[in-house]
Ligand binder design. Structure first.
Ligand SMILES: [Zn+2]
Length: 95
């Protein structure tokens, strides 16, 4: 359990850093929802999609469902989360 929490903290850091890069937000910038910042008006589509995925992943980290595939419920492989920390699907379901 301890290891898992350290892991989650690291994932959250990764996701939050990615998010900051996408939004250009200051490190402790408060507004956290996409709609509040209306990023959709300025960011290219793929970045908005990525931002939305990150928001969803952060919400799932918070509620404890992060790391499980949203389709089949299996664990998502660590290596996959390393590459795609915001992905909600395991390799099998994403293919
Ligand atoms: Zn799956």
């Amino acid at each position: 359990m301890g290891a898992m929490q350290v892991n989650f903290a690291a994932r959250r850091n990764t996701l939050e850093n990615k998010r900051k890069r996408l939004t250009g937000m200051a490190p402790d910038g408060a507004p956290s929802t996409l709609s509040a910042r209306r990023c959709g008006e300025r960011l290219p589509h793929f970045e908005v999609d990525e931002l939305r995925q990150i928001d969803v992943a952060l919400a799932r980290l918070h509620e404890g469902s992060y790391g499980f595939c949203q389709i089949c419920g299996d664990d998502i492989a660590e290596e996959r989360l390393d590459k795609l920390p915001a992905t909600p699907f395991c390799q099998r379901c994403a293919d």
